[in-house]
Design a protein. Structure first.
Length: 125
């Protein structure tokens, strides 16, 4: 990685954190930007850049589905070694939050798969 790429990655990580802070603050984007001391156009510029980087990252994985979920709920299927979906048993629901993402799973879901999911959601930029 050269200096230009490292700088771009640093800026994306920095703005990813700022956008996460805005969402957690409960403030509108306009109010947050005013409080933080920058124009909201700058916020939207970097939000667009982050989305583009995410799309670029997803497109590198040809064998994975390219469906993007911006908000709401989505089903996550974890495949075992035999490439057969792992089915959770009936039981109590577990609710957790990692990196601003809320997860609800059946308590019978395999612990190893939960750990993998959390690890992926918790990865830094």
């Amino acid at each position: 990685m050269n200096a230009r790429e490292a700088t771009a990655e640093y800026r994306l990580c920095h703005w990813s954190q700022i956008i996460r802070e805005q969402k957690e603050s409960g403030l509108s984007i306009t109010a947050f930007c005013k409080q933080a001391g920058f124009h909201e156009n700058r916020y939207y510029y970097w939000q667009k850049k982050l989305r583009e980087a995410a799309i670029e990252q997803l497109s590198k994985h040809e064998d994975e589905p390219k469906k993007l979920v911006t908000h709401g709920f989505t089903e996550v299927k974890v495949y075992g070694q035999s490439n057969v979906p792992v089915v959770a048993g009936a039981g109590t629901q577990l609710h957790m939050e990692a990196s601003g993402v809320k997860i609800s799973i059946d308590s019978g879901y395999p612990v190893n798969n939960v750990a993998l999911l959390i690890r992926e959601l918790s990865r830094p930029c």
